[in-house]
Structures are given as structure tokens and as C-alpha cells.
Design a protein around this ligand. Structure first.
Ligand code: MIC
Ligand code: SF4
Length: 644
């Protein structure tokens, strides 16, 4: 039987376990990436592991999230990351060089390699045939130290693309269509593999838009084959030698099948407040808008920007609309400057932002109260824009630009004929903003620079005999890591200070949580299904750990967050019968007796609700390795124990 592309790359990197779907496998990691908002923790963890130099083929640290330096904190973090990189063998992409996923695709990604990144949109690399996976910072630290990365051997979904996109219908509409069909939970435990004739009609940046936003499906990752189009892209980036042709075998067997006829797609938008709340522009109707933001790792490539410039040429942004544009990288911005497209954007009245995440992570450009904002980004969770009642719609750059001119949600097909937009034969290459590390012999000469805001991460304790704790919070379905540990310009500077950032934990759901959890000392959180979807931020596990959370009981978990909980030594339990969720209230006294013995004797863990005088069963669906981590009190303690 033939293999899928996913199976080919995974089996070539397999270092632990067997390729049995649903079972845990350990894979060798060739490349890692971090960004600054998760990077400080990842490098503190790497330092704590005591490995002198990274053992990967290439590790890159990007500064792209915390670029509003509204105080010393972010600049201190950048300096810390830069110095750790220099010492330990990591390439450092300086602020201004661009968004991690965009730059990594342009300059470092290699077809067939494995990449993990402490950012959930790392699957962008799947656009050039990488197995690129978002992970917690601690997993990235372990991979930098040469350790395997563990995932559940995924089921593989074949998405067969046929036809060709109609003019002004975009790659964004492809992924929005996939989200509409599969939902934000539809990809859990799966890799989404794109194939079919339609693949050949999509450029690398378009493929990358699709794999990037595959993160919103909850998928492990998404991947495209590596073909002549990939080769052309790498050649234009001066990296033809990095090209290898890769595809699934013709007789490969898939676990699920989805067909998308590109010719039938129409312009779509994900409506507030979920990326899978997708409707066509026609269904939404004439919606008056206040803001348009173009950029983010999903849609900030040169191709996207050229389309935007074409639409804006000679026009003026509607008087009621604020338009911001953040080109994804220095390469993109500079090429736009050189070919005049930037001037077109400026002329039209666009507010040009630096090449960084910016508004996507709430770092500025929050919309007005109840403001309707069209964004080319990938997430529209409530409050993420920085305006609690802001209404964010996720759309293609074409749709965004057309709407910025009219002042209402506009079908870009109304623009008339579409010219052919082509990628250049050669991109503008200048890696002068990527600092190479010093030679190993010189590493002792590098001093790691720490600012006063950089505090050690909380260390968890080995698992106690019994967990007796109150329920400090009960939340509903689809809780995101933006609920658990919000981001934005005010809170992001605290990413390297867990005691401080913990004060904001769950504040969007319940402002009293922080104090209540601290007062309780030890506690348990209860949640609904798909708990922890979204960002990879391990702060969503480290802050609860700091606040004494010992277990989280839910209907189901999102992949990265569940791994982060285990890494932090917090028990992730799911209800055996979902209806038991209804039997728990906040403040109930819960008891899990003889936890270690219970874990050792199977996956069912009995929980007593002392307050209600009832018992219920939960399930601990983790691997044997993760059980060891839980006994030890998390990945760091476990790694140290194994090293002895
Ligand atoms: C996001 O898009 O939510 C982020 C900010 O990039 C996060 C990482 C973080 O919280 O630092 C992600 O996607 O993992
Ligand atoms: Fe940055 Fe937004 Fe992409 Fe996250 S999703 S990496 S915040 S641009």
C-alpha cells in the first residue's frame, strides 16, 4: 500500500514508537522556530535543561509579536532572546525583519524537513511540503536540545482540489470553506493533506495561507506536495538547492476525503467570533464597516500586497474606514518600496505598520466600540482585537481592500477584470537582519542579558497522593487560550513574568478568578469541549500552575494546550460521561484519591464531588511517557530525572 506524504515524512523522522494511528510517536526535529511572546519562556526552559548548544539543523528566534515597546519589558525580552541565541547556536531574526512564519517560509523552510515552533501557525511551512507543527515552548526547548517531539500518530485527511479559483476568489476562501465544512474541532488528531489537479494552480504563498489557517481546524498540521511551483519559489529565494520533489503515492490510503472544486468557491468571511462561522459575502449582505486590517502570517506575502496595491491604485480609503497594512516581512516591504506599490498604498491613505503581528495580537489598532473590522488574519475570538465588543470578520486581502474603498463589505468580483498577478523571478534577498550565533568555542564570551521583568518560570511539584481541591472556575465549550491567558498590548509585555501575567488569567471570563484561585491555594478547573483551542502559548498552562491549579476536567481538549498542561504537570482529565459536566458547580469540593495508583491501574480516574456527594469517572488519555511526566511534575522535572 502506498503512503501519504505525511506518512512518508513522519516515518523518515520516526525515533520512538510505531506508525500506528492514534498511538504516540516521537519524531526527530530538523528545525525549530520561536517568536518573542513565547520565546522568553522557551529559552529560559532551554537554559534550565543545561544543553550548551542547539542540536537541530537550524533553529531561528523571531521578534515579531511584542514590538510595541511601551515600557522597558519588551525591549528587555528582545535583548535576552538575542543574547541567548548568540550563545547557544540559534539564528536571531531582529525586530523589523518580519513575522516568523512569513520569514521562515521565505528564507529557511525546506521541503521534507520537520519543524516545530512555539506558535500555533507554524504549519505555514506545510505550504512548501514541510511537516511543520505548533507546539508549547517547552517542547521546542526539548527539540532544540536534541530530544524527540511527541505527537499522536495522525489520521490523514485528503483534500482533493479540483478546478481553478475564479478571478478575485482567494486562497483565504479555500481555507474558510474547509473551516466551514470541518469546524474548529474538525482537524483534531489529523493532518490535512492537499492534493489533486487544483494544487498546481496555487502559488506557494497561496498554499501557505491555507496551511497557516489550518491551525484553526485544530489539526496537527496541513501539508501541500513539493512540486515545480515550490522549486520556482525556492529558486526565486536563491535557495534552489533546498528543493526536493515530494508527493503522496498514487495508491496512498487516506482516513477521510474532502473534495473542493476551486472553480465553485465564492468570496467568504468568517463572522464573529469564530473562524468557522463562515458565510458568503452575499449571505452577510451590505455590512457597513469601520476598519480594515491587512497583514498577519496568513495574508501578508508579496503576492497579497501586490493585489491590494492594484485595488487601491489611484483611489482613496472611504472616509469612515481606517485601513492599516502590515507587509509580512522586510523582504516584502522592501520590494513594495522598490516597485512603487508601497507608494500606491500610502497615496490611498493606508496606515502602514511595521512588518510584525501588530493588530492580529491586539498590539495596537483596536477597533472603535462595537466597531466592525475586516481583517485578513486567522482568528476573530471575542476581545482578541483589544476591543471587547469589536466585531471581527476574517476575509481575503482582495475583499478587504475592495471594502476599504467602499466602506461596506464588498464582493471583490465587483472590481471587474483581474490582471494576472505573478511572483517575481527573484525576490530581494538580504538576510542582514538575521544574526548568526557565535562559534561554539566562543560561547563563554557571550553574556546573557536579563531585564528585571524576566522571572523564572514556576516549577511544579511531583504528583501528590491525593488531589483535594475546590472547583475554582467552570467554563463552557470552545474556551480559547485567549480566554485563559489574554494577549494584547497591555498583557503581552508580561510574558516573561508569570507571577504578574497570572493576574490576568481568565479575566475575560471571570475577573475574580485570580484572587479566588490564589485564596483556594489548590484548585481544579472545569471546562466544556475543545478547551484550550487557538494559540500555543504555554502561559495558558503556566499561569494556572502558578495559581495552584492541579487538574483541568473538560469534555475535550485542543491538542497543543493539552500537551502544555501535561508539560506543566497539570492533570488533563475528560468526563467519561459528558453529562457529569452539569453536576459540578464552581466552589464544589472535589477529591481524587490515590491518583498515582489510579493512573497506574488504567485510564479511568474516579473523582468524588464531596459537596454534592456523588462520584463520577474521568479519563486520562495520555501516553505512558506523559504519565511519567505527570508523576514527575511536568516535562522539565521529567527530563532532568531522565538525565540522571
Ligand atoms: C496567536 O496567534 O494567538 C499567537 C499570539 O501567535 C500565539 C502565540 C502566543 O500566544 O504567543 C499562537 O498562535 O500560538
Ligand atoms: Fe502573529 Fe497573528 Fe500570526 Fe499569531 S496569528 S503569529 S499573532 S500574525
Amino acid at each position: 500500500m502506498g503512503k501519504t506524504l505525511t506518512e512518508k515524512i513522519l516515518s523518515a523522522h520516526l525515533v520512538d514508537g510505531e506508525m500506528i494511528k492514534g498511538k504516540e510517536i516521537g519524531i526527530k526535529i530538523d528545525q525549530t522556530l520561536t517568536q518573542d511572546a513565547t520565546g522568553t519562556m522557551a529559552y529560559l526552559e532551554f537554559e534550565a535543561m543545561g544543553v550548551p548548544r542547539v542540536k537541530t539543523e537550524k533553529s531561528v528566534a523571531y521578534i515579531d509579536h511584542n514590538t510595541l515597546q511601551n515600557g522597558f519589558e519588551n525591549a528587555d525580552d528582545h535583548r535576552f532572546i538575542g543574547s541567548v541565541c548568540k550563545k547557544h547556536g540559534i539564528y536571531f531574526s531582529r525586530p523589523g525583519n518580519g513575522i516568523c512564519h512569513q520569514v521562515h517560509l521565505e528564507r529557511f523552510g525546506i521541503p521534507g524537513k520537520t519543524l516545530i515552533g512555539s506558535d500555533s501557525h507554524t504549519p505555514t511551512g506545510g505550504g512548501i511540503g514541510m511537516i511543520a507543527i505548533g507546539a508549547g515552548g517547552m517542547d521546542v526547548a526539548v527539540a532544540m536540545g536534541g530530544g524527540a517531539y511527541y505527537i499522536t500518530c495522525p489520521r490523514v485527511v485528503k483534500v482533493e482540489l479540483t478546478g481553478k479559483l475564479s478571478p478575485w476568489v482567494a486562497a483565504k476562501d479555500v481555507i474558510l470553506e474547509v473551516l466551514k465544512r470541518l469546524s474548529v474541532k474538525g482537524g483534531v488528531g489529523k493532518v490535512i493533506e492537499y492534493c489533486g489537479e487544483g494544487v498546481k494552480t496555487l502559488s506557494v504563498p497561496e498554499r501557505a495561507t491555507i496551511t497557516n489557517m489550518g491551525a484553526e481546524l485544530g489539526a496537527t498540521t496541513s501539508i501541500f506536495p513539493s512540486d515545480e511551483i515550490t522549486k520556482q519559489f525556492l529558486k526565486a529565494q536563491g535557495r534552489e538547492e533546498d528543493y526536493t520533489p515530494l508527493s503522496a503515492d498514487i495508491d496512498a490510503e487516506y482516513d477521510e476525503f474532502v473534495e473542493i472544486n476551486l472553480s465553485e468557491l465564492v468570496p467568504l468571511a468568517a463572522c464573529p467570533h469564530s473562524p468557522d462561522n463562515v458565510k458568503s459575502v452575499a449571505e452577510i449582505g451590505k455590512l457597513k464597516i469601520d476598519q480594515v486590517c491587512i497583514g498577519s502570517c496568513t495574508n501578508s506575502s508579496l503576492l497579497d500586497m501586490l493585489k491590494v496595491a492594484h485595488i487601491l491604485k489611484g483611489k482613496t480609503v472611504h472616509p469612515d474606514v481606517s485601513l492599516s497594512i502590515a507587509p509580512g516581512s522586510k523582504q516584502v516591504l522592501n520590494m513594495l518600496a522598490k516597485n512603487g506599490a508601497l507608494s500606491i498604498m500610502i497615496d490611498a491613505g493606508a496606515r502602514i505598520l511595521e512588518s510584525a503581528c501588530g493588530p492580529c495580537i491586539g498590539m495596537g489598532q483596536s477597533p472603535n466600540s462595537k466597531g466592525i473590522s475586516l481583517r485578513t488574519f486567522n482568528r476573530n475570538f471575542e476581545g482578541r482585537s483589544g476591543t471587547k465588543d469589536g466585531q471581527v470578520y476574517l476575509v481575503s486581502p482582495e475583499l478587504a481592500a475592495a471594502s476599504a474603498l467602499t466602506g461596506y463589505l464588498t464582493d471583490p468580483r465587483e472590481l471587474g477584470d483581474m490582471p494576472e498577478f505573478k511572483l517575481p523571478d527573484y525576490f530581494d534577498i538580504n538576510d542582514n537582519m538575521v544574526v548568526a550565533p557565535v562559534e561554539e568555542e566562543k560561547m563563554d564570551s557571550v553574556e546573557v542579558l536579563r531585564g528585571p521583568n524576566i522571572k523564572p518560570f514556576p516549577v511544579s511539584e511531583p504528583l501528590a497522593k491525593d488531589i483535594s481541591a475546590k472547583c475554582s472556575l467552570k467554563v463552557e465549550d470552545n474556551i480559547t487560550t485567549d480566554h485563559i491567558m489574554p494577549a494584547g498590548a497591555k498583557i503581552l509585555p508580561l510574558r516573561s513574568n508569570i507571577p504578574e501575567i497570572s493576574k490576568h488569567c481568565f479575566a475575560v471570563c471571570d475577573e475574580g478568578f485570580y484572587k479566588r484561585a490564589l485564596d483556594m491555594g489548590k484548585s481544579i478547573i472545569v471546562g466544556g469541549s475543545n478547551y484550550g483551542q487557538g494559540s500555543s502559548r504555554e502561559h495558558a498552562a503556566l499561569a494556572p500552575l502558578y495559581l495552584g491549579v492541579r487538574a483541568v476536567i473538560t469534555k475535550s481538549f485542543a491538542r497543543i494546550h493539552m500537551a502544555n498542561l501535561v508539560n506543566a504537570g497539570i492533570l488533563p482529565l475528560t468526563f467519561e460521561n459528558e453529562s457529569d459536566y452539569d453536576m459540578i458547580s464552581q466552589d464544589d469540593e472535589l477529591l481524587i484519591e490515590n491518583v498515582i495508583e489510579q493512573i497506574k491501574s488504567g485510564d479511568i480516574i474516579k473523582v468524588k464531588n464531596i459537596t454534592k456527594n456523588i462520584d463520577f469517572n474521568t479519563v486520562l488519555s495520555v501516553s505512558a511517557r506523559q504519565k511519567e511526566m505527570i508523576y514527575a511534575g511536568g516535562l522539565l522535572n521529567y527530563t532532568k530525572k531522565m538525565a540522571k
